[in-house]
Design a protein around this ligand. Structure first.
Ligand SMILES: Cc1cc2nc3c(=O)[nH]c(=O)nc-3n(C[C@H](O)[C@H](O)[C@H](O)COP(=O)(O)OP(=O)(O)OC[C@H]3O[C@@H](n4cnc5c(N)ncnc54)[C@H](O)[C@@H]3O)c2cc1C
Length: 504
């Protein structure tokens, strides 16, 4: 592309890479994105099989409400325009073996009422949870995207909210999902809280999720993930950005402590004044940069921070409707008649998401259904040493899950038209994410400080090189990837003495 001073190579066309391209183009940079896959979106994707669409990403999009200050990032990047959102009354439900069901309502009052009715003896943790959601609802963070006076008003408001809730906020940050669940005496509630959130993940994020759901600011976009990725790509191209698909970057080229370009796996070299990696963090640092630009902090992070676990993701096309199943953000779970090994883990419950909230995901009268289970990367990696064993295990697992679904939805086995199984290796193959992780770093009590002090987007000893996306933004997620790109481009504009702009 020629290394003039405003040239920039971006590695990866996921949300972070595309957004970097958009904000860079809006500020006059000459950009080229190199993406190893043949599609935009990275993890934010879906695929079609015989008329069904199986979605591997979006459950809720924070900032869907036009009143939210996050909404402007979706406007700026072209995702919000023309998009219709669905707001479910419930986040999910957990059915018990004793006939009771815990419904995690989006409405806070209904949620409180239902949890207290189910387990009056657990009033103390229930009310703590409800107060925590209300605390998070009180935060209205300022953003530089708002007019000055609104920003100042919100800055003062946020300061006062922190003064009031600072201690509580820290307490919730330091409690993991597992620790909170253990406070319940009622076994069904304990189980429900255990499975609703990742055990090591800080509870404060669950509280924020419920606060956003209650404010109808975390909607599900009709059409799912892929149309959003395509909208980002269109915005980028409309601004004159260039994307090269099926181009995997092997190396980031450096010379005397400066990034100078990239080398693709086919040997082609391209130079630019700046290189941004919006691809997997581990591959960027340890492969593309050969482990040469690290410090003790980065090493410790990759040695010890937990990542979002990898997934076994089974999708089914079912020739029936499920009008009796309430529409929800993330589905329901039910107890199995007896514990059973599914792939590498013994499971006594099965989660299932009936996609009846989005009619575009299946032909008329039919339904897309997904089952998302935690499953170890190493288990599948080992199986894949013999391709036929791996393929056979995938097939067996799909039918095992269908038979288990019979326990909750009798007759379903006879209505299956399509099966599709993605393993941690599938996620790795299509997106390059380390250990097949689906959202990067978990926020745990140990690294919660990153919420206040963001991670660095540069690496020690290397100029003109930057990182953005979920591997430098613990907690991950789509809004975070966009904000990561925005933060980065503000920094780069600052380096060049350019006033950052979001207007074309
Ligand atoms: C099952 C699931 C559910 C989710 N649910 C939600 C949700 O409800 N709400 C939400 O906000 N988020 C959700 N997420 C998380 C969200 O999808 C991710 O956090 C986000 O998409 C990460 O974007 P990214 O651009 O940082 O990374 P990625 O999407 O991983 O993009 C990285 C890109 O870099 C490319 N790449 C990698 N290596 C190379 C290379 N060497 N050369 C060239 N290109 C390369 C990849 O192909 C990819 O396109 C979910 C994710 C999954 C999988």
């Amino acid at each position: 592309m020629g290394a003039d001073e405003k040239s920039m190579i971006i590695i990866g066309a996921g949300f972070a890479g595309l957004a970097t391209g958009i904000y860079a183009r809006l500020n006059g940079y000459k950009t080229e994105i190199y993406e190893m896959h043949n599609l935009p979106g990275g993890l934010c994707t879906s695929w079609k099989r015989n008329g069904y669409t199986f979605d591997a990403c979006i459950h809720w999009l924070v900032g869907s409400s036009p009143e939210s200050n996050y909404n402007s990032i979706w406007q700026e990047t072209g995702v919000a325009q023309g998009r219709e959102f669905f707001y479910a009354d419930e986040y999910c439900r957990a059915e018990g073996a004793d006939g009771r069901t815990v419904i995690f309502h989006a409405d806070i009052d209904r949620l409180e009422k239902q949890l207290l009715e189910l387990a009056p003896q657990d009033k103390e943790p229930v009310m703590d949870f409800i107060r925590g959601i209300k605390m998070c609802s009180a935060f209205d963070f300022p953003s530089d995207r708002e007019p000055l006076f609104t920003r100042i008003r919100k800055q003062i408001g946020t300061f006062l909210t922190f003064m009031r809730y600072g201690g509580e906020f820290r307490r919730w940050t330091n409690i993991t999902g597992e620790q909170f669940a253990s406070r319940f005496n009622d076994p069904l509630l304990r189980q429900a809280f255990r499975e609703i959130w990742i055990p090591e993940f800080s509870m404060v994020f669950l509280l924020f999720t419920f606060a956003y759901l209650a404010k109808r600011n975390a909607g599900y976009p009709i059409g799912g993930s892929k149309p959003m990725s395509e909208a980002l790509e269109k915005r980028y191209r409309d601004l004159g950005g260039v994307i090269h698909y099926n181009k995997r970057v092997a190396r980031i080229l450096t010379d005397e402590g400066r990034a100078t370009g990239i080398r693709l796996v086919d040997g082609t070299e391209v130079s630019a004044a700046r290189v941004v990696s919006a691809a997997d963090g581990h591959a960027t640092l340890f492969e593309m940069l050969d482990g040469k630009f690290l410090d003790a902090g980065i090493i410790e992070q990759y040695d010890s921070w937990p990542v979002f676990h990898s997934l076994l993701f089974v999708s089914l096309g079912i020739n029936r409707k499920f009008d009796d199943v309430p529409k929800s953000v993330s589905g329901l779970s039910f107890p199995l008649k007896e514990p059973v090994m599914i792939a590498d883990k013994l499971r006594d419950r099965l989660p299932v998401h009936i996609y009846n909230q989005d009619p575009t995901m299946a032909p008329e009268g039919k339904t897309a259904v997904t089952v998302m289970l935690e499953s170890d990367y190493s288990y599948w990696k080992q199986l894949a040493e013999d391709r036929s064993v791996y393929v056979q295990k995938k097939e067996e697992t799909a039918w095992q899950i269908i038979r288990l679904l019979e326990q909750r939805f009798p007759g379903i086995a006879g209505q299956v038209e399509v099966t599709d199984v993605a393993t941690p290796l599938t996620f790795e193959r299509y997106t390059g994410n380390w250990k097949g992780s689906f959202e990067g770093w978990l926020i745990t009590p140990k690294n919660a400080y990153t919420m206040m002090k963001p991670m660095s987007q540069t690496v020690p000893g290397l100029k003109n090189f930057y990182m953005c996306g979920q591997w430098v933004e613990p907690g991950g997620g789509l809004p975070t990837s966009i904000m990561s790109a925005r933060r980065l481009m503000k920094k780069i504009c600052g380096e060049d003495g350019i006033r950052f702009s979001v207007n074309h």
